[in-house]
Write a protein that binds this ligand. Structure first.
Ligand code: FAD
Length: 513
């Protein structure tokens, strides 16, 4: 067993460059004694170039790798994301009832010593017909008014409301590429067209057309859907989850704003359609829109008509880009001396922006479990167990958005609500949540990408009926909870007045040096 001195990252998309920056920062690639990190990427193949919505964890990652917020926003055409608005997921457009719900990133308000609000919301203490996200946080009110989550004077990556970003994926990879090189990462432009295995089945070298054979102690496969190392060379099996999550195609388009000063929504708009859903993401200079759909429930032609109808005249004279999606993951993502990070490890539909979050999680694991002494097997075992659980939990969370629908207008929706398509783990949880709401203790939070509050917002956004068996002794704070809901409504009005319009906030950052 020899200590790890060289890491070779193959692939330079979001996964490759983010991993390069984080590992360089934590393992110290600039120090002569430290580990040498090289990234090889193919100009011919290019990056997937989608993946524009993130989760709040990205702020910690950007800060940890040393990119300041203004540089990030300016260079990546980034905007702020306070959550996701789900339109027509419960019932089709034009039917009575709420036509949307909001999944905010801020946690439900919890005053020290005050009551936990969710049980009281279930008892109607916030008033009739007030959605949980609107009753328990300020964020929906702020986002509804197109205001941002922070003031112009707040420090980098800080603000009174929790937030993530939308950004241009191509520009993000380019920024990370420049930054990684300042951290000491070596870049090689070459295409890997062969992988040699040693007698022990581990990778001995990768062959490139332009730079010959490259060797390392640890290889990181960031080659995207191709999974050139972990899949093609090492044969790690792929577990499809298409019997649970049906969408397997995407049509993506970039369109301009109608006016240069148009308000920018500070949330992703996910609109349900007959066989899938559209994402609508406002960047600083353009919108990114796509229809993700199930090819078992519609045709590509019909999907394109849905996308064009959603976008309107801005789609005229533009052609969508079609992507075929392999939905699932490899249960073993660290094989011998090779770790998969990014799409090479797996892909779940982008409904809750899990892709980049999983890249961050895998990168933290490699960095913090790093086997400096070269003893790879125990680290690999732990990594594989943790990543597998994360994927399973995300599958359940994404399925939660579909399986509670009341839509019966198309087979896509009735199939999604069919209990046979719901994982047992989710079915068990839903059964418990009939009589009590989700609690922090339902979750092993280190293995979850989404906090308990995200489950609560989606569950009750989808109008799930939890019938509390409450009595006066178990829920004694009804009056205090009523006052708390009123306080939140008042604070929400102040927050809207205090926080700047979203576009103003973005443009302030773009002008800042
Ligand atoms: P890629 O971007 O495909 O990069 C692969 C790299 O490997 C490239 O540099 C390529 O040149 C290189 N490469 C490949 N083969 C070779 C070879 N033989 N030799 C040398 N180099 C090679 N995630 C989110 O978090 N939020 C979202 O909103 C979101 N939306 C998405 C929407 C869609 C339709 C899809 C498909 C994905 C979405 N994702 C989203 C996932 C996200 O796009 C990816 O997780 C992210 O872009 C990382 O991709 P990657 O770096 O793994 O792969």
């Amino acid at each position: 067993m020899a200590p790890i001195r060289n890491i070779l990252i193959v692939g330079g998309g979001t996964a490759g460059w983010l991993a390069a920056c984080f590992l360089a920062k934590t393992l110290g690639a600039r120090d002569a004694q430290a580990i040498r990190i090289t990234l090889v990427e193919s100009k011919e193949i290019g990056i997937i170039g989608v993946g524009e919505g993130t989760f709040p964890s990205i702020r910690g990652t950007l800060s940890a790798i040393g990119i300041d917020e203004a540089t990030f926003i300016r260079d990546c055409s980034a905007t702020f994301k306070q959550g996701i608005r789900f339109d027509h997921w419960v019932r089709p457009s034009g039917t009575p009832g709420h036509d949307h719900y909001f999944h905010p990133f801020s946690q439900p308000s919890q005053r020290p010593g005050g009551p936990e609000l969710l049980p009281y919301w279930l008892m109607g203490a916030a008033g009739a017909n007030v959605p949980f996200a609107a009753a328990a946080t300020l964020q929906k009110h702020v986002a509804d008014q197109s205001h941002g989550p922070k003031r112009l004077t707040d420090g980098d990556y800080l603000g009174p409301l929790n937030y993530a970003y939308h950004f241009d994926a191509g520009r993000f990879a380019a920024l990370l590429c420049r930054h990684a090189q300042t951290l000491g990462v070596h870049r090689i432009e070459a295409t890997v067209d062969g992988v040699t295995l040693g007698d022990d089945g581990a990778i001995a070298s990768v062959m490139t057309r332009e730079a010959g054979a490259l060797t390392a102690d640890l290889y990181i496969d960031c080659t995207g859907f191709r999974a050139r190392l972990v899949g093609e060379a090492l044969g790690a099996p792929f577990r499809s989850v298409s019997d649970t999550l049906f969408v397997d195609r995407a049509l993506a388009m970039q369109v301009p704003y109608a006016r240069v000063d148009a308000p920018i929504p500070s949330y992703t708009i996910a609109t349900a359609h007959e066989a899938g859903w559209t994402w609508d993401i406002g960047l600083h200079e353009r919108r990114g829109i796509g229809y993700v759909y199930s090819s078992r429930h519609t045709s590509d032609e019909r999907a394109e008509r849905i996308l064009r109808a959603y976008i309107g005249p801005a789609a005229n004279d533009r052609e969508p880009r079609m992507l075929k999606l392999n939905v699932g993951y490899r249960e073993t993502q660290w094989v011998k001396n090779c770790v998969a990070i990014g799409l090479s490890g797996g892909f779940l539909e982008p409904l809750e922006s899990s892709g980049i979050g999983l890249i961050e999680a895998a990168t933290y694991l490699v960095s913090y479990l790093f086997p400096h002494d070269g003893n790879l097997a125990p680290a690999a075992k732990l990594f594989n167990a943790q990543m597998k659980t994360r994927y399973e939990r995300i599958v359940d969370f994404v399925k939660l958005h579909y399986c509670l629908t009341q839509r019966t207008d198309h087979a896509f929706w009735t199939d999604n609500a069919d209990p046979a398509t719901i994982p047992d783990t989710l079915r068990d949880q839903l059964a418990m949540w009939r009589a009590r709401p989700p609690h922090r203790l339902d979750f092993v939070t280190d293995l979850e990408m989404y906090p308990p509050s995200s489950w609560q917002y989606v569950l009750y956004g989808m109008e799930y009926a939890t019938r509390l068996h409450a009595n006066a002794t178990s829920l004694p704070d009804l009056e205090a909870a009523r006052r708390e809901f009123q306080t939140i409504a008042g604070l929400a009005r102040h927050a809207v007045a205090d926080l700047p319009p979203h576009r103003t906030l973005v443009e302030h950052f773009c002008k800042r040096q």
